[in-house]
Each structure stands twice: as structure tokens, then as C-alpha cells.
Design a protein around this ligand. Structure first.
Ligand code: NAD
Length: 264
């Protein structure tokens, strides 16, 4: 495979698995992460994002074939909106000119089935308006009320990200430039992010009540990585703006069969 990929969150979990599988298949991978990566950068800040984009484009020699954005955190803190939303959207927009130079440019991000959970509409709107200061201020207000209310920052970040993908994917800059942009929304994935939570009976019961997975239960990172790899492969010529629930059936269990009533 003669393609250059940029993978964020490449030091752990889904990102590390994606980077490994791509490398095994012969792709060149430029990993971005806080540490243990080709580009070490903090995607929670605007400066970190632009430094990451600049370094990745330089290492790639100016042309990037695909970007896979996995970096994220789930802590009930304000930083979660910065990493999960702005750390993905701003980086993708900064890398887009280098992507546009590829013969078969592709991009995919990792959202979550948590995007379906209760969230802060105000924070989602601020994020989608590109107003990081307001989104962070709202997140700080929630985080200050303790971890249960603070948890709302995570589903809000993923709801905003899924909506951004649907919104931007069909724009002249993405679809119009021949760049498929999609999201994968996993269920409960066995990575360092969930390790502690799943270690206790109570934690597992809480997660399983919120994320029911009738198909094969908790998923390995490979189940997400392989889909991300297909979405960013040359073979994906027409799939755009989709949020694919790769979640053991959790989304269908929760939402049921009717997702068409918006048109009725
Ligand atoms: P992980 O903790 O194993 O890996 C996340 C990686 O992101 C780490 O290497 C971390 O260093 C990096 N990262 C965090 N903050 C960063 C920052 N400021 N700058 C640069 N890199 C940063 O977690 P994972 O389970 O592999 O999660 C990957 C993605 O999948 C996340 O976006 C997460 O929200 C999403 N997700 C995970 C699950 C799950 O159950 N594990 C479910 C749904 C969605």
C-alpha cells in the first residue's frame, strides 16, 4: 500500500491498533500523540493543533493520503470538549490542503455511541459555532458540579463531532474536493480508556446498562480499527457524512428500528 496516513492518538488503544494494522499492510503512518509518537503535540490547545498539523505535513513531504483522528479523553473535565471536538475538527481542517493533494484523499474520526446520550445542547451549539472559549466555559460549569454532571461533557463533545462530520462532509471543501469524511461510533471498546471502569462489577454493570451490546459484547480495538481503515481506503469512493455505529448493536437496541420519522 503506497499511502501516507496521519493517525492521532497513535500511542494507545484504537489509534495504536489502527497505526499497527496500517503499518503491517505497508502504509506509511505518521502518528500524533502527547508522547511516544512521530509528532508529539497537545491537541487540547490551538497552538498544539497547528504545531501538530505543520509537523505532520512536513514529515509527509506535503501530501497526505488519509487522516484518522482517534485521540480523545472521557474524563468529566472541560478539557474533554477541547480534545474531542476542537482537537479533531481544527486539526482536520489544518491538514485538509495536504489531503487535497492526494489522488485518493480520505478522512475518518472516532465519535462514540455516547453521542446519543443526554448532553448539553448549549455546549454542542457553541462547539459547532467554533466558539471554543464559550464551549469550555459551559464545560467548566458542568465539571464544577461533580463527576456525574461533569460526564455530560463527553457525550456533548461526541454529539458535536458527529454533527460536524455530517455538516462538513458535504461541503465544497470535503465532498466537493473528492474527500470522503466519515465517523465511527463505537460501543464499549477494551482499551486503557475503559480498563478501570470495567475492572469492577459495579463499573461493568453501569457501562452495560448505558451501552447494551447484544452482538459479541465488549469489542476489541481491532473491530474499530478495521472499519476506520476501510473508510480511509481507496475503495471508499462514495460513503460520506456517515456516523457508523460499530457498537455490537447498542444504537439499534436504544433507538429501535425507526430512524426515519424526521421525514414523516
Ligand atoms: P486510549 O486512552 O487508549 O487512547 C487515546 C489516545 O489519545 C492516548 O494515546 C492519548 O495520549 C491520546 N490523547 C489524549 N489526549 C490527547 C491530547 N490532548 N493530545 C494528543 N493526544 C491525546 O483511548 P481509546 O479507547 O483508544 O480512545 C480512542 C477514541 O475512541 C477516543 O476518541 C474515544 O473517545 C473513542 N471511544 C472509545 C471508546 C471505548 O470504549 N474505549 C468508546 C467509544 C469511543
Amino acid at each position: 500500500m503506497n499511502r501516507t496516513y496521519v493517525v492521532t492518538g497513535s500511542a494507545s488503544g484504537i489509534g495504536a491498533t489502527t497505526a499497527r494494522l496500517l503499518t503491517e499492510r505497508g502504509a506509511r503512518v505518521i502518528g500524533i500523540d502527547l508522547r511516544d509518537a512521530d509528532v508529539e503535540a497537545d491537541l487540547s490547545t490551538p497552538e498544539g493543533r497547528s504545531a501538530a498539523a505543520e509537523a505532520a505535513i512536513e514529515q509527509a513531504g506535503g501530501r497526505i493520503d488519509a487522516v484518522i483522528a482517534c485521540a480523545g479523553i472521557s474524563a468529566p473535565i472541560a478539557k474533554t470538549i477541547s480534545v474531542n471536538y476542537f482537537g479533531v475538527t481544527e486539526l482536520l481542517e489544518a491538514l485538509r490542503p495536504a489531503l487535497a493533494k492526494s489522488d485518493a484523499p480520505r478522512a475518518a474520526v472516532v465519535s462514540s455511541m455516547a453521542s446519543l446520550q443526554p448532553n448539553s445542547a448549549e455546549m454542542v451549539d457553541a462547539a459547532l459555532a467554533g466558539d471554543e472559549a464559550s464551549a469550555v466555559e459551559i464545560a467548566e460549569g458542568l465539571a464544577a458540579q461533580g463527576p456525574e454532571i461533569g460526564y455530560l461533557v463527553y457525550p456533548s463533545s461526541k454529539r458535536a463531532l458527529s454533527r460536524w462530520v455530517r455538516r462538513r462532509s458535504i461541503s465544497p471543501e470535503w465532498a466537493g474536493a473528492g474527500i470522503p469524511l466519515n465517523a465511527v461510533a463505537p460501543g464499549t471498546v477494551l482499551t486503557p480508556m475503559t480498563e478501570q471502569l470495567l475492572a469492577t462489577h459495579e463499573g461493568r454493570a453501569m457501562v452495560d446498562a448505558a451501552v447494551p451490546m447484544p452482538l459479541n459484547y465488549h469489542q476489541p480495538p481491532e473491530s474499530v480499527a478495521n472499519l476506520l481503515i476501510w473508510l480511509t481506503s481507496v475503495e471508499n469512493s462514495h460513503l460520506a457524512g456517515q456516523v457508523i455505529y460499530d457498537d455490537g448493536g447498542a444504537e439499534v437496541t436504544l433507538r429501535g428500528e425507526d430512524v426515519w420519522s424526521w421525514a414523516d
